[in-house]
Design a protein around this ligand. Structure first.
Ligand code: ZN
Length: 136
């Protein structure tokens, strides 16, 4: 299974997945256990995907992998670049990708707040620079 698909599913069932060295920290509801088991089975791929995403979000330029996976509208700058017309945009794409851009600047938003996909809450997203401090 594709690690990104798996991460997406984990997010959908309310799991929080964080890399910690060569370990995976998973928090979330008990009924999500089947997904937790899948995450454990594919730990290496999931870790790689998370590490890639983190690197992309916090250090530019993004990897070719990221650019390929996340499409962008014509005329828009790279995902890691601020873009006024993209500010606060959250897009739940039919192909299973959730795109989210910083509320402040329109760059790729790696940090989501108030996100609860199951409840249809897409939340507010921030880049590393504009991420609210002190909580979360
Ligand atoms: Zn920003």
């Amino acid at each position: 299974m594709d690690a990104l698909v798996l991460l997406r599913r984990a997010q959908e069932v309310g799991l929080r997945v964080e890399p910690a060295g060569d370990k995976l920290i998973v928090r979330g509801p008990k009924d999500a256990e089947p997904v937790v088991r899948l995450l454990a089975e594919h730990k290496a791929e999931v870790l790689a995907a998370l590490t890639n995403a983190a690197r992309v979000a916090e250090v530019s330029p993004p990897s070719p992998w990221f650019e390929r996976v996340i499409p962008r509208a014509e005329g828009e700058p790279g995902l890691e670049m601020p873009c006024a017309s993209r500010r606060g945009r959250v897009e739940d794409r039919p192909d299973g990708l959730l795109l989210h851009f910083c509320v402040e600047c329109g760059a790729w938003g790696a940090f989501g707040y108030g996100v609860h996909l199951r409840a249809g809450l897409l939340g507010r997203w921030y880049c590393a620079e504009h991420r609210p401090r002190g909580h979360g």
